[in-house]
Design a binder for this molecule. Structure first.
Ligand code: GAR
Length: 207
């Protein structure tokens, strides 16, 4: 089965969506490795519970040793490459990757999940920022996207985009919950899509 390496930083509910989709056959793949840039996050427990090997690679020891960020990114890339992925998924991975990182596996597709519409609320706290903008009357709806990773933060070509309505009765928690449940579906769809694309590329190449 195609191999998906998943990068996380937190709760890992989207990692769980991938694990569940593999278990129920929606996603025909395996996850040989989960990497987190934070130790002790719940996502690591989810991986361990599913029998998936995990690695933690934190930036802080690099910073403390005065090493450049590119060294961290190179080591991270090495971990990924060693797991021989057909797809790399950033599922709530809160670290901006340098160009040096992406250069290490140019042939492997990499996708990211972001809880906002293309071009809006890049980076951290996207849902909170969208909710604040809604309260100020600046936006009426927000969204979720799965996009290919390029060097710009939350940039890349969107593969899947879904509008999410913000309702007058919503509080932040309600909006977060609605967005997360959409993310869990969209990320699986994105992974299925990219793996199918890769498989058909390989088929064509062998004709
Ligand atoms: C998700 O909402 C994901 O879209 C977001 O982090 C959360 C991770 O949740 N990612 C970003 O904001 C990327 N800029 P999870 O750990 O429960 O999957």
């Amino acid at each position: 089965a195609p191999r998906i390496v998943v990068l996380i930083s937190g709760t890992g509910s989207n990692l769980q969506a991938l694990i569940d989709a593999i278990a129920n056959g929606t996603l025909k793949a395996e996850i040989p490795l989960v990497i987190s840039n934070r130790s002790k996050v719940f996502g690591l427990e989810r991986a361990e519970k599913a029998g998936i090997p995990t690695k933690v690679l934190a930036l802080k020891p690099y910073k403390d040793a005065g090493k450049p960020r590119t060294e961290y990114d190179a080591d991270l890339a090495q971990l990924i490459v060693a797991a021989k992925p057909d797809l790399v998924v950033l599922a709530g991975f809160m670290h901006i990757l340098s160009p040096a990182f992406l250069d290490q596996f140019p042939a492997t597709p990499l996708i990211n999940l972001h809880p906002a519409l293309p071009g809006q609320f890049d980076g951290a706290r996207a849902i909170e920022r969208a909710f604040e903008a809604y309260q100020k009357g600046e936006i009426k709806h927000t969204g979720v996207m799965v996009h290919r990773v390029i060097q710009a933060v939350d940039g890349g070509e969107p593969l899947l985009v879904k509008d999410v309505e913000i309702k007058p009765e919503d509080d932040l928690a309600a909006l977060q919950e609605r967005i997360h449940s959409i993310e869990h579906v969209l990320l699986v769809q994105g992974a299925v899509m990219v793996l199918e694309e890769e498989a058909s590329k390989k088929k064509q190449a062998s004709v």
